[in-house]
Write a protein that binds this ligand. Structure first.
Ligand SMILES: Nc1nc2c(ncn2[C@@H]2O[C@H](COP(=O)(O)O)[C@@H](O)[C@H]2O)c(=O)[nH]1
Ligand code: ZN
Length: 247
């Protein structure tokens, strides 16, 4: 988020409260994550799903934990702000963190696409949607980093996915297909994710900030080509040698 704010020069378009909302939301958006997604929470009828009536149980929880921390005087980084400022910050953080529920991806992206041709920084509704897009891009931007930085994090993510699908199988719950170790491989998961989720999102943000075009090309497209190439080489090697090497 910090990098994105600099890259897009948002400091010249948005005030410091909006910047504070985006930065704090980015820091807090996954607080106390259980490692099991909302589908699992709902299907397994966990405490969080019960508490939040199946409505974005994780994101509601991350946000509530953030404000519990901020309630404590020693950790309330907003303690010197006015009641009005705090109210605006709280409203903004709640909007941003709740926007990271991936089941809302298309809804939020479509809202952004609709306002893009007439985007106006002085319109609060437009700024709110942009802030949601900013946190969404930051949230899923791991693959926009160089391979050697992104891959260890990706390995952790896949470990989390496989752990969830193993648990779903064990508990007789519906198995989340993109988390199933018997169905996905690292390259298949990433080419699909980059092509259908990450790239379209980056593309729309780059439509508002043309300065992001270069980063989009360098990171997303080149990464996609690299993963595809590695995948094809591994597949070919597997065909020739018969040795399983598609990881
Ligand atoms: N297959 C991949 N899925 C990814 C990747 N980066 C993010 N994600 C998905 O987005 C959510 C983000 O939610 P959060 O709870 O971490 O805020 C994550 O759970 C994945 O489903 C990726 O590189 N590949
Ligand atoms: Zn996240």
């Amino acid at each position: 988020m910090y990098g994105l704010i600099w890259l897009t020069d948002l400091r010249s378009e948005m005030d410091s409260i909006d910047l504070l909302i985006m930065l704090t939301s980015a820091v807090c958006h996954d607080l106390d994550h259980t490692g099991y997604n909302n589908a699992y929470q709902i299907n397994a009828r966990t405490e969080l799903a019960l508490r939040y009536n199946d409505i974005s149980p994780l994101e509601n929880h991350h946000c509530a934990v953030a404000f519990e921390i901020l309630e404590k005087t020693e950790s309330n980084i907003f303690r010197n702000l006015s009641t009005e400022q705090f109210k605006r910050i709280r409203e903004g953080i709640i909007k941003c963190i709740l926007a990271t529920d991936m089941t809302r991806h298309t809804e939020i992206l479509n809202k952004f696409k609709a306002i893009l041709p007439v985007f106006d920084f002085s319109d609060k509704d437009h700024r709110d949607v942009l802030m949601m897009i900013m946190i969404k891009v930051s949230d899923i931007s791991n693959e926009a980093r160089p391979m050697d930085v992104a891959e260890p994090w990706l390995d952790c993510l896949l470990q989390e996915f496989f752990n969830q699908s193993d648990m779903e199988k064990l508990e007789g719950l519906p198995v989340t297909p993109f988390m199933d170790r018997d169905k996905v491989t690292k390259p298949s998961s990433q080419t699909g994710f980059i092509r259908f989720v990450l790239f379209p999102l980056f593309t729309e943000l780059a439509n508002l900030f043309p300065c992001l075009e270069a980063s989009k090309e360098t990171f997303c497209l080149q990464k996609l080509k690299k993963i595809n190439k590695t995948y094809l080489i591994k597949k070919l090697r597997h065909k020739v040698t018969g040795r399983e090497c598609v990881d």
